[in-house]
Design a protein around this ligand. Structure first.
Ligand SMILES: [Zn+2]
Ligand SMILES: [Zn+2]
Length: 163
């Protein structure tokens, strides 16, 4: 693979898909592919009517290049089998055999749609300096340090690394 980083635009994505198609399927990819970030549940999809492929850039970025390549292989299995009139569906034997042969992704991994819930408040024990991250404000007159029962002090009350 000449390009080892995730393609940022449709043009570079097309190049990568064509490369993978030639290299693993020994057949050209002769339709269009593009990024479509509205894909919610999967990293990619094959469009039966237009024969185009769509990929999710957020998914690719979340899981990295090897997963994108595996996803492209998966969609190309649908593509090449469908165009040659063979079993292109997930449950078809043709599909499962080709997928295994080229090393395609079996399932799309779940993509985290909501931003990670990061702690927003950082408390520090005034005695032993142990720190605690909490998503909500806590009443420091009621809660004490879990290690030494010392008094807690709010250190940061802003958002920490949100997203
Ligand atoms: Zn599929
Ligand atoms: Zn303490």
């Amino acid at each position: 693979m000449t390009n080892l980083s995730i393609p940022e635009n449709d043009h570079d994505l097309m190049q990568l898909v064509c490369e993978i198609s030639e290299r693993y399927f020994f057949a050209p990819f002769c339709h269009m592919c593009r990024y479509n970030n509205r894909l919610r549940t999967s990293g990619g999809r094959y469009l039966l009517k237009s024969h185009d492929l769509e990929f999710n850039l957020r998914y690719a970025k979340a899981y990295g290049m090897p997963e994108l390549v595996a996803t492209i292989k998966h969609e190309l299995c649908h593509y090449h089998l469908h165009l040659s009139g063979r079993g292109y569906r997930h449950g078809d034997r043709d599909f499962m055999q080709l997928l295994q042969k080229v090393g395609g992704a079996r399932y799309a991994r779940p993509i985290q749609l909501r931003s990670r819930q990061t702690p927003r408040y950082e408390y520090v024990c005034t005695d032993c300096l142990q720190t605690y991250m909490r998503q909500r404000r806590i009443d420091t007159s009621q809660y004490v340090c879990g290690k030494c029962h010392g008094k807690l002090l709010l250190k940061k009350d802003h958002f920490v690394n949100e997203g």
